[in-house]
Design a binder for this molecule. Structure first.
Ligand SMILES: *[C@@H]1O[C@H](CO)[C@@H](O)[C@H](O)[C@H]1NC(C)=O
Length: 283
């Protein structure tokens, strides 16, 4: 399978204003963050090198499917549902670019050696949406390609996270990475919101985030990175497709810290020695 062959906006105040400063060069745009109650949230083209730990996971047609984060030279984390129906042997991982299709000596392409989805992915429904990807060879780091550390403890309510990814702005070329800020919504509020609307349960492995009320902002990508300060806090997972001011759900990285750590530490290069791959894929 995975083998190599709204509650209303008044419930939370949107405190962030994100604007793009126009300069002669798009690459010189800067994200400006201002605390301003009731201001709207807007996404902008990500400033250059905003997210050097982000990769584009692409299918056989070189089409961007989802994002992932580089955790080490050999490991990438993404959502499990990104890889669910993937023919992994035909997939590729592109590092070192925020503009899909761009060329630069520092951009590289890697094949997937194998994928380890969480053994309880989608049990219960939409839960444990996380997978680790082992690249076929070690990723080369440079000024545009870096690793990111995982956040080991849950973020308190109202924490600010930066969300970066592709394919979410209607009518705009999807080749540019975009960035936006969200705040973590209190768990109880998220629970009460989702309990009445979705069948799948919301659990501690989920992280609930606010979404701007902006009909052109549609989360069509999974695995978008949610970064708190310098650490990976989450991966975008599911929610209403286009922003109605409703919250969306991410995979909470801290909840899966041990899963990530044990796979990365315990199984580096053990596939061949211990038949690790077969055992895990048959779960
Ligand atoms: C995956 O892609 C490879 C290469 O195109 C192909 O040979 C193989 O049959 C595909 N596997 C599945 C399960 O579709």
């Amino acid at each position: 399978m995975f083998a190599a062959t709204k509650t209303s906006g008044t419930l939370w105040l949107l405190l962030i204003c994100l604007t793009a400063q126009s300069t002669s060069s798009r690459h010189r745009r800067k994200l400006h963050l201002r605390a301003e109650p009731d201001s709207s949230i807007g996404d902008v083209i990500a400033p250059r090198n905003l997210s050097p730990f982000q990769v584009s996971i692409q299918n056989a047609h070189k089409k961007h499917k989802c994002s992932g984060a580089i955790l080490s030279k050999d490991w990438i984390v993404t959502t499990a549902h990104c890889m669910k129906r993937a023919n992994v042997s035909t997939y590729r991982i592109v590092t070192g670019t925020q503009t899909l299709g761009a060329t630069d000596a520092r951009i590289a392409v890697y094949k997937i050696e194998y994928v380890i989805p969480h053994p309880h992915f989608d049990k219960p429904k939409k839960s444990n949406d996380i997978a680790l990807i082992r690249t076929h060879k070690s990723i080369e780091f440079n000024s545009l390609v870096k690793e990111i550390k995982c956040l080991g403890s849950p973020l308190p309510r109202d924490s600010l996270v930066m969300h970066t990814g592709w394919s979410w702005r209607k009518g705009v070329a999807e080749k540019e990475m975009r960035g936006v800020y969200h705040r973590v919504i209190p768990y109880a509020l998220c629970l009460s919101y989702f309990e009445s609307r979705v069948r799948n349960p919301i659990g501690p492995g989920h992280m609930c985030l606010n979404l701007p009320r902006d009909k052109d902002y549609c989360l069509r990508e999974t695995g978008g990175l949610l970064v708190h300060k310098t650490k990976l806090a989450g991966l975008s997972s599911f929610g209403a497709p286009c922003a109605s001011g409703e919250p969306f759900i991410a995979t909470r990285i801290s909840f899966y810290y041990d899963f990530i750590r044990t796979i990365m530490r315990g199984c580096v290069r053990c596939k061949q020695e211990f038949g690790f791959q077969a055992r895990f894929f048959d779960l």
